[in-house]
Ligand binder design. Structure first.
Ligand code: ZN
Length: 140
């Protein structure tokens, strides 16, 4: 994949508003954006720590991926997202290398990114996301 950096870390929360307060206090940073991603059934909130974002995720539907995660495991670390360029090419290459993909093709994620998930079985139990800006670069 040769990622350029960790684009963001996704954290599943029960209540976005109280999690924003917690993280504003913890980081001493202001949440710069909230956004609903209907496709993923989440409301998200973002903080920028250097070049890496913290993405808080609250489910809008108990049957959505974050809803199920929180019900099973509680709040906590959900995924790590690596910034790549040429996301389709990287996904095809990963698949040829035997890496288990959740998404064969990218979909639209929050904050103007194209995203795809890699199966945790190919990453020692960690849900890995790869993402690229919609112009297919990975610059910040
Ligand atoms: Zn993410």
């Amino acid at each position: 994949m040769k990622p350029s950096h960790i684009e963001h870390i996704g954290i599943a929360v029960r209540n976005l508003d109280s999690a924003i307060e917690l993280y504003e206090k913890l980081l001493g940073l202001k949440c710069y954006k909230t956004e609903e991603v209907a496709d993923q059934k989440v409301r998200t909130a973002f903080f920028l720590a250097g070049q890496t974002k913290i993405e808080l995720l609250e489910s809008t539907d108990p049957d959505g991926p974050i809803g199920k995660f929180v019900e099973k495991k509680g709040e906590g670390l959900h995924h790590i997202a690596f910034a790549v360029d040429n996301i389709e090419e990287k996904l095809a290459k990963a698949e040829r290398a035997g890496i288990a993909l959740i998404d064969q093709k990218h979909r639209k994620g929050a904050d103007g990114l194209n995203i795809a998930f890699i199966h945790p079985k190919s990453a020692a139990g960690v849900l890995v996301e790869v993402c690229a800006k919609q112009d297919n670069t990975c610059e910040i």
